[in-house]
Design a protein around this ligand. Sequence first.
Ligand SMILES: [Zn+2]
Ligand SMILES: [Zn+2]
Length: 264
Amino acid sequence: MKKKRSRITRRSEQIEKFLQQIYNLLAPQICYCCLDRMPLTELLKTGDLKKDKLWEISRYLCPACIENLVILKDDICPKCGSPLRTTGCPHCTQTSFKFIAARSVFLFDERTRPLIHGLKYHQFLKIAPVLAAYAALYLENHWRWQKPDIIIPVPLHRVKLRERDFNQSAIIGRWLAQLTHIDYREDIIIRNRYTRTQTALDRKQRHQNVSGAFTLRDAEYLKDKCILILDDVFTTGSTCNAMAHLLRDNQITQVFVLTIARPS
Ligand SMILES: [Zn+2]
Ligand SMILES: [Zn+2]
């Protein structure tokens, strides 16, 4: 019986592989960045979830594009994590950040943009655990502070949530919590105003747009905890800073920010 079942399993695996090959011929996998054709790599199942999810990047980017992913670990502003220029940090000279430090895993460039925008605007949900695995690796290797106690994603207003169906930062945040065994709460800071999309606003308008946009529901719970605010992209930092400001106003001072990417 055992022998029979294993033969059936083997057979079904062969069929699955065969169908996959046909599928590859008909619809080859394309690199999300350079659009090169690439073979579909098989999923890795080592039992180490983070390792398996890191491996999955090879299903979306070709080897050359993976090689050129820029991890923002060196030559960055110690405060906000912006890639450093000879003229200093343009963000920190213009904004007084209320978090202790912000870091981003990747440079937001032609390699990471299609992945992050894919998740945000085109329901590319499979990329969320992959990005979270990179964030987990970043915390492991390049985080200079204590391990955060709790991850809080930048919330979406409920109207926007209804429009988009999901909050991309929350999805990445949940995966990151699972991979790092850090607590996760998305109900503790809520967005109480429907803020305009930030894309078309300048720095000053962005800050005005988000100030007072959040409400802290349970300050007592966060007391003495080290908070990690999580977002997909750090642009001017105004959204994360508004949340950090609110926490500081409630005597919660151990506040850090981690985003998946940021432009130079
Ligand atoms: Zn490529
Ligand atoms: Zn800075």
